[in-house]
Design a binder for this molecule. Structure first.
Ligand code: NAI
Length: 286
């Protein structure tokens, strides 16, 4: 039987989540997607109208098939967590069952189980503010959307993950080194995500035989990255200073994710894998 993957955090064809979906599909996996509620309508409409067809082409010439798209907001674990103003917000009112627990239940009802869980989402409302100017609420919101969202997804999906399965998240070097401009507690959130990768590798490994890894990806001009504002500078910096002086393609991160999710990586868990043209290894720009 082919493997089934649930990828949380796709709302267009530009980000890492889309590239990971494609690499997994090319390797034969069935693709389920979790899309942020406010972005769901436009994503599904674009998908239906064929707007992504060019980007759906796989190496063998066929088109990536997306079996189902689920509405998801990974900052809410269950209905009791959802504040009234969100419930009644018109961008949320049209969708249902989008809390993490409900999505996991829907996937179980629809398909029974999954093999691969991918977390490719982050959000920090104050990302453009230096940490010194970040509010408590902004910091906690970054942690909730970018770190706890992974703990919650794994917690709710682990019961329906087949033993031998794998989960993958995306992190950034700002968790370990100073990257001015990656503010609002986002650097803190990525540090938590990397630490949690180790602890969750232990817990999910011992209890469920599930592997947990994270990919530290180099800069990509995704929608989320453009919102931060300094992405072009980061791409230029990488081109000038990384050991491999070439553009970093989202597909290269997708392929690394497909490897980590596959039996080829059956002894790899609790790790941070750098897919960044080697930039993390430099101590000084040259
Ligand atoms: P993206 O914009 O393609 O993906 C981020 C997704 O998160 C979007 O689809 C957005 O709708 C979704 N999202 C935000 N809040 C959500 C919530 N509460 N519930 C569910 N979904 C939510 O951008 P990108 O850059 O591909 O981001 C994917 C991951 O890659 C993120 O974890 C990001 O931090 C990480 N990353 C990105 C780098 C870059 O330079 N673009 C570098 C290193 C890591």
């Amino acid at each position: 039987r082919g493997k089934r993957a649930f990828i949380a955090g796709i709302a267009d064809d530009n980000g890492y989540g889309w590239a990971i979906a494609k690499s997994l599909a090319a390797a034969g996996a069935e693709i389920l997607i979790g899309t942020w509620v406010p972005a769901l309508n436009i994503f599904e409409t674009s998908l239906k109208r064929g707007k992504f067809d060019e980007s759906r082409v796989l190496p063998d010439g066929s088109l990536m098939n997306i079996t189902k798209v689920y509405a998801l907001d990974a900052v809410y674990d269950n209905l009791e967590d959802v504040p009234e103003d969100v419930k009644t917000n018109k961008r949320y009112a049209g969708a249902s069952n989008w809390t993490v627990q409900e999505v996991a239940e829907s996937v179980r009802n629809d398909f029974g189980s999954i093999d691969i869980l991918v977390h490719s989402l982050a959000n920090g409302p104050e990302v453009s503010k230096p940490l010194l100017e970040t509010s408590r609420n902004g910091y906690l919101a970054a942690m909730s959307a970018s770190s706890y969202s992974f703990v919650s997804l794994l917690k709710h999906f682990v019961p329906i993950m087949n033993p031998g399965g794998a989960s993958i998240s995306l992190t950034y070097i700002a968790s370990e080194r100073i990257i001015p401009g990656y503010g609002g507690g986002m650097s803190s959130a990525k540090s938590a995500l990397q630490s949690d990768t180790r602890v969750l590798a232990f817990e999910a490994g011992r209890r469920h035989k599930i592997r947990v890894n994270t990919i530290s990806a180099g800069p990509l001009g995704s929608r989320a990255a453009k919102a931060i504002g300094f992405i072009d500078m980061m791409i230029d910096y990488s081109l000038a200073n990384a050991p491999l002086q070439k553009e970093l393609l989202a597909d290269e991160v997708g392929n690394a994710a497909a490897f980590l999710a596959s039996p080829l990586a059956s002894a790899i868990t609790g790790t941070v894998l750098y897919v960044d043209n080697g930039l993390h290894a430099m101590g000084v720009g040259v």
